[in-house]
Write a protein that binds this ligand. Sequence first.
Ligand code: NI
Length: 181
Amino acid sequence: MAIQSILRLGDPRLLDMATDVIDFNAPELDTLIKDLFDTMAAADGAGLAAPQIGVGQRVVIFGFDDNARYPDENAVPKTILINPKIIPLSDESDDAWEGCLSVPGMRGMVTRHTHIRYTGFDATGNSLDVIANGFHARVVQHECDHLDGILYTQRLSDPKKFGFTEELFESHQLATIECNE
Ligand code: NI
């Protein structure tokens, strides 16, 4: 186990552009992926990007299978995605509340593409090519944004729809307080 501390909004490293992984055999890549999973599990998150633990490489992980925590969402397969590319598959988009482990205790309304295709590589360098919709597509877009130094707070669909999770829940703007990242 190597739980790393998660950088928080305001740390300038979160705004950096991450660089491509070149060597899929590097032991550092294995360590990074283990650290990401340990850190995500400890924080009870649905996704995490390498820059959030201070590593400027294009590596994200996401996925969850605990439906009780996300009663309105389908399970998303546990995925390691390296050097990703996202292609929107339609003009359709939807709005939903997002949180981020780097912005603890807060939620904001963000517009994302509803249907995407994403490509990239797994931990051993094999190609991935996946079609994702809805919440799955949202999580991928959120995590990949971190690789370009973008946090959801830069993508709010309405600056008035941003605040502390507890207040949003108390005022019935947010239906659940369970979902992290
Ligand atoms: Ni995030």
